[in-house]
Design a protein around this ligand. Structure first.
Ligand SMILES: [Zn+2]
Length: 75
């Protein structure tokens, strides 16, 4: 069991995404809070979290930012 730093609930580790960097190998906020956080921050990419690692998500966000930039430059 692990306590989510955001909602404060005590949840099984399966409710936390894996995170190589953190001490116990799991993210410090639960999947639900993390999904909510990304949905607030980035709108449409929240669904990616279900199958994505943080690295993959960040790559996707970078890709979208690059696409948006390219579009702006063309017009
Ligand atoms: Zn939580």
């Amino acid at each position: 069991m692990k306590k989510c730093t955001r909602c404060g609930r005590l949840l099984p580790l399966s409710q936390f995404h894996r995170d190589k960097i953190s001490e116990d190998g799991h993210y410090y906020v639960c999947k639900e809070c993390r999904r909510k956080y990304y949905s607030d921050q980035h709108g449409g990419v929240a669904h990616l979290l279900r199958h994505s690692t943080t690295e993959e998500l960040e790559q996707e966000l970078a890709r979208r930012a690059a696409l948006a930039r390219a579009k702006t430059e063309q017009t």
